[in-house]
Write a new protein. Structure first.
Length: 463
């Protein structure tokens, strides 16, 4: 690994180009535990390790770019969510954040349930042994084949997303001689404070059935009339990467009001409510996520209070965290390829991956942290932009960050908190090969999703 000094790029002291950053950290070698997986630390010799293994060794064995996932951290987070919600509630891990067979096995062992939203996720879940009754099936446009398969294998619930789907699922279940447990997804009219592409409870978007105008009440009416359906509850998911509990509270309150309305109209008390996922995690030191225990307490209190006020039995609550479980458990390891100082602006640090392994920065203007992990440095902080190798100027992984001014080709840098929605949204843009996911635990590293190869690319290309 080269350690040669590179001409220093523009420093914060020289210029302050526009961008989102605070003052450079006092110690560039420090690893903020808020954003790094739990077993990550820096050795005395300056090399960062995870699960007891140095990143230099990991890079040698598995190559870069690669995602390294701290299995102990993942399992601990599953347990924290399960313990926080207790035996009167259910935690469904949202597989869209990241799903693989190993993940399914960890979930099964740690007592969590699973939310899937496609036939592919369902296949992965079943293949790895998740009992069907612990699976919730989501999606705003499930195909008839997907519905039929879900009903046949006996998923624990299908979350209905439209009036057409109510009829579709009922017919399929009836034709199979089954009665499918379902929830109805409602949009509660909350503007969650997050990026507009990941907010889902306002009215002008594709998910769910609006509470407004009595539409959700009408959906309940129709679902209760159909023999193929057993309506077990109401579902609400307000968005993703949310820190403020106020949106969840409004959502819980409105869902309980619908339960009261259903009881008044039909004499039926629906036994379950699902309040979705969406809890934010720390991508940078400025983010302050809540602990599962606080979330469980806040949601439990509001539901209990509202139910008491409405004279309802408290329903069984479920939640669907994805990002909050897997997000903090992984980092992406890259090798620095080129370092290009732009006078008066910032230094562009090009790595061997990019928007194909992390589209979140380009898509949502997401913020990330980054650190030099193959050594320590006492060089001055250098305002940097970490970019990928794709043919696009928007190919940015970390928009504004400070790295040491002696950063050089061959150094390893890592971007923490990439466990959620990075590998699962990875692409083959420019025929990039999607990186592997390597689980690390107690001094052992194991590939759980292998790196794509050029043969994989050619196998799909049958022209
Ligand atoms: N439940 C439902 C019905 C959902 O639609 C989602 C996420 C979740 C649970 C899990 O949300 P989480 O706890 O992970 O925030 N690709 C975007 C996030 C899209 C989220 C889609 N639905 C991102 O990278 O930020």
């Amino acid at each position: 690994m080269s350690r040669s000094a590179h001409p220093a790029g523009p420093r914060h002291a020289d210029v302050l180009p526009e961008g989102h950053y605070t003052a450079p950290p006092t110690d560039l070698n420090a690893l903020d535990e808020k954003v790094w997986a739990r077993t990550v630390s820096r050795n005395d010799d300056g090399v960062v390790r995870v699960g007891g293994i140095e990143v230099t060794r990991l890079a040698e064995e598995f190559g870069t770019p690669a995602y390294f996932l701290d299995e102990a951290d993942f399992r601990a987070r599953c347990r924290a969510w399960a313990d926080a919600f207790g035996k009167d509630a259910d935690v469904f891990y949202a597989g869209k954040a990241f799903l693989s067979r190993a993940v399914v096995r960890w979930l099964t062992e740690e007592g969590l349930n699973l939310d899937v939203c496609s036939g592919g996720e369902l296949t992965t879940a079943l293949d790895a042994g998740m009992p069907a009754e612990r699976i919730a099936f989501h999606g705003n446009n499930k195909s008839e084949q997907e519905i039929e398969r879900a009903v046949r294998v006996g998923v624990g619930r299908i979350v209905l997303d439209s009036f057409q789907e109510i009829v579709r699922v009922a017919h399929i279940a009836q034709s199979l001689g089954k009665r499918q447990r379902v929830q109805i997804r409602v949009t509660v009219g909350v503007e969650a404070h997050t990026h507009e592409f990941i907010a889902t409870a306002h009215e002008d978007q594709k998910f769910g059935i609006a509470l407004a105008g009595g539409q959700a009440a009408e959906a309940v009416r129709r679902a209760l009339r159909l023999d193929g359906l057993e309506l077990i509850g109401i579902h609400s998911h307000i968005g993703s990467q949310i820190f403020d509990m106020a949106g969840f509270e409004v959502s819980a309150r409105r869902v309980v009001q619908l339960l009261a309305q259903v009881r008044d109209e039909h004499g039926v008390e629906l036994p379950e409510i699902d309040l979705g996922g969406g809890l934010g995690i720390a991508y940078t030191s400025e983010d302050d996520p809540r602990e599962p225990h606080d979330i469980a307490k806040a949601l439990g209190e509001i539901v209990t209070r509202e139910c008491e006020a409405a004279g309802l039995r408290t329903p069984r609550i479920s939640v669907e965290p994805g990002r909050a479980i897997v997000g903090p458990t992984a980092f992406t390891l890259y090798e620095v390829g080129t370092v290009k100082p732009l006078e008066g602006l910032r230094t562009y640090v090009s790595v061997d991956g990019g928007m194909s392994d992390n589209i979140r920065t380009a898509l949502y203007d997401a913020e990330y942290s980054v650190a030099l992990v193959s050594r320590i440095s006492d060089a001055a902080p250098m305002l940097s932009r970490v970019v990928g190798k794709h043919c696009e100027s928007g190919d940015i992984v970390v928009k504004d960050a400070f790295l040491p001014a002696d950063l050089a080709p061959g150094d390893l840098i890592a971007v923490p908190a990439t466990g959620a929605y990075c590998r699962s949204m990875a692409s083959n843009y420019n025929h990039a090969l999607r990186p592997p996911v390597v689980a690390v635990r107690d001094g052992e590293a194991r590939v759980i999703v292998r790196r794509e190869t050029e043969e994989d690319l050619l196998r799909l290309d049958v022209g």
